[in-house]
Design a protein around this ligand. Structure first.
Ligand SMILES: [Cu+2]
Length: 155
């Protein structure tokens, strides 16, 4: 009895994760712009992720971009914990954060989001084709709440 419910839960987990991956990749509809074109020039912005005094943060946590500009984020995890960098609208990140409460071990290797182990670096090439204010955040449960988010203003 106990065993079968565990199996069902495990199955639901994989199904949920697979469905999430499928929907995340199918639409490829991003409010914050679009994946960058590696053949086009990009401005490099280096971002560091780390923990400090009970907080978790990105440095810098404010980025200004011109509409249409392409940015290569080079994100380095200088912390002791795994982190991630997920770029989107605040709403998109809210939704994604809810999902991660259910599947906290979800890992990302998407055009707009990467998981980054301590001491490692990840890159995101992004074209900010839409004006607005967007967010980059670590959506591992508790991290965004501890301060791990930043904003991108596109004008
Ligand atoms: Cu984090």
């Amino acid at each position: 009895m106990k065993r079968s419910s565990l199996t069902a839960a495990t199955f639901a987990f994989f199904l949920g994760a697979a469905m999430f991956a499928a929907t995340a990749h199918q639409g490829e509809h991003f409010l914050a712009g679009e994946p960058g074109n590696p053949k086009k020039p990009a401005r490099v912005i280096q971002v560091t992720a780390r923990e400090a005094d009970g907080k978790m943060l990105f440095v810098p946590d404010k980025v200004d971009v011109r509409k249409g500009e392409q940015i290569r984020f080079i994100i380095r995890n200088n912390g002791l914990l795994a982190h991630e960098f997920v770029l989107g609208s605040v709403k998109e990140n809210d939704k994604h954060a809810e999902l991660m409460k259910k599947y906290p071990d979800m890992e990302h290797d998407d055009p707009n989001g990467k998981s980054i182990e301590p001491g490692k670096t990840a890159e995101i090439l992004w074209r900010f084709s839409k004006a607005g204010t967007f967010e980059f955040a670590c959506l591992i449960p508790g991290h965004r709440e501890a301060g791990m988010h930043g904003s991108v203003t596109v004008k």
